[in-house]
Design a protein around this ligand. Sequence first.
Ligand code: ZN
Length: 196
Amino acid sequence: MRTIIGAYSSVSAEAAQTIAGLPALHLMLEESLVMAQLKTAEEATFLGQQIRRGQHATRKARRQFLQDLSLRESQNKWKQTTKGPTTHWFFPRFHTTWGRAATSSPIKVSILIGHGEFQCCLFRIGKSEDPTCRNCDNQENDDSIHRIYGCPAFRDQRGLLRQLTRDWPISPAEFGRLMVEEARIVEAVEQFGITE
Ligand SMILES: [Zn+2]
């Protein structure tokens, strides 16, 4: 999963999964297993729930039903985990990215996971002695939230986001959604010049 999005190895599996818009691998495998079992058996168990063969009119409907259960399971896990705090900001609801791979742009992944050349990130891995922003004098931690929303050094770049969204500042959750759905927002964010 982590190699799919090309992010740092310290990114939590849950955050990586959310950014990639994929359910956990074990859930996908279990879905396939239950689909196979129900070809011959009358019943199978998925996530603690009895699934009967006659319950759905078509295989497609059965598959959809299993995927919906996976989604709910993933959403609950995502709510409970404390890993990937930055990704939680942008994706409070797991299924914002469901089925949509957010893998096209390294900058997109950097911002949404909060990994990259941010002082905060470098500080965490011992490559910087200070997590605060070096682009301004605000004494704030340099992370993706500071860069996109706060840092005065990026006022011009933020102006482009303001133009495009018309209602800046938008919530981080709305920002996360737009980063997944709107190429022009990603292009604007690329102007911030953040590298992996
Ligand atoms: Zn700053």
